[in-house]
Design a binder for this molecule. Structure first.
Ligand code: NDP
Length: 337
């Protein structure tokens, strides 16, 4: 077995020396266990938080432990009555090539699923996050303006496309011209603004002539600063993620924006609500899967992956994602089918 363990905690940006690639032996499954081989590993922004030893909604990865993460695996051998050799499963076995499991939490995907890796993206945790955050908290209505950043990632791309299905004007924010073009031409967004543009705030305002009714918050920082003055009365803000700040070591420069935020929320009667998908919405997962599968099959929702081969490349792919160098859902192909 090869596995990436966390050996030190980053201050600011994570680096290669926070991890170590170890080789360990693979034990055969005991009674009631299955041995899993990782085929796909999902890399997600929340993993940055797991590297910190501070109170959060989920415990930190302990030093010396394998980095956590969602995986799609195949059963290599089984001494568990409910699993057979060769089956595909959705698991949470982390950054490693093999893992033993007692079956708890495994989701069966059958013998030959069409796109197994999609269960880590549009048909998995990020897709579910987009779906619940937008529909339950965002409450999109026909003709409203929806803004979403990280617009070509698995959450943002799905949010924007559901927004189109619900009849919204959808304005994305993404890093770079290629991503913006993709959001408009392939995902059907009405506009997408490059967050690196010097006149970004002005371009965003121009793209939202009727203001913003829903701001699906994925990034925080400068994007939120540009959004705040454009928010309409009764706007909704699902607070999903704040990726611009995940590597921050100190508060942002400039004046304290909290009083302006509070006054805006008050005067415009805005609803801003955080959520953690795994804690808040588990009971809706079947409804999500049914509806999202239908949308994907009908071609109403497109999905793009950014796949890197080899477990050894996981840290670099992870760092790149935090800086926006990914283009689509970040997946590591750990082994062949
Ligand atoms: P992405 O694949 O979209 O990757 C993150 C993206 O964030 C980058 O590609 C980049 O896109 C953008 N980004 C990075 N730095 C900055 C910055 N300084 N300013 C603005 N944008 C930046 O990730 P996901 O789709 O997986 O996740 C999106 C968000 O959803 C994250 O904040 C994540 O933490 C959150 N999330 C929350 C969950 C919950 O339960 N609340 C569950 C799952 C995800 P670009 O360069 O194109 O701007």
């Amino acid at each position: 077995n090869r596995r990436w363990v966390l050996v030190s905690r980053p201050h600011g940006k994570p680096a290669c020396d926070n991890f170590r690639l170890e080789t360990t032996s693979v034990a055969p499954p005991g009674e009631g266990q299955v041995l899993l081989r990782t085929v796909y590993l999902s890399l997600d922004p929340y993993m940055r938080g797991r590297m910190n030893d501070e109170p959060s909604y989920a415990p930190a990865v302990a030093l010396g432990d394998t980095m956590v993460g969602g995986t799609v695996c195949r059963v290599v051998s089984s001494r568990h009555p409910q699993f057979r050799e060769g089956e595909w499963v959705l698991a949470y076995t982390g950054w490693q090539t093999y893992a033993l499991s007692d079956g708890e939490g495994l989701v069966k995907l059958g013998d030959s699923p069409a796109h197994p890796s999609w269960r880590l993206g549009v048909l998995g945790m990020p897709g579910f996050t987009a779906y619940m955050g937008l529909l339950d908290i965002g409450q999109p209505k026909q003709g409203e303006t929806l803004v979403v950043a990280a617009a070509t990632g698995p959450v943002g791309a799905t949010v924007g496309q559901i927004g189109k299905i619900k009849g919204c004007r959808v304005v994305g924010v993404a890093g770079g011209e290629a991503k913006c073009r993709y959001a408009v031409e392939q995902l059907g967004f009405d506009a997408c603004i490059d967050r690196h543009a010097t006149d970004f705030s002005q371009q965003l305002a121009d793209a939202c002539p009727k203001g913003i009714d829903i701001y699906y918050e994925n990034v925080g920082g400068k994007v939120f600063d540009a959004v705040l003055p454009l928010l309409n009365t009764s706007a909704r803000i699902p607070v999903c993620g704040l990726v611009s700040g995940y590597n921050a070591t100190q508060p942002p420069e400039g004046p304290d924006r909290l009083p302006l935020l509070m006054a805006t929320l008050l005067k415009k009667r805005i609803r801003m609500q955080g959520f953690i998908i795994a804690l808040d919405y588990g009971r809706h997962v079947d409804t999500f899967l049914r509806e999202m599968t239908a949308w994907v099959q009908a071609g109403s929702i497109h999905y793009r992956e950014d796949i890197t081969d080899g477990l050894e490349n996981a840290p670099e792919a992870f760092f790149n994602m935090l800086e926006g160098k990914n283009f689509g859902k970040v997946i590591i192909r750990v082994s062949d089918d």
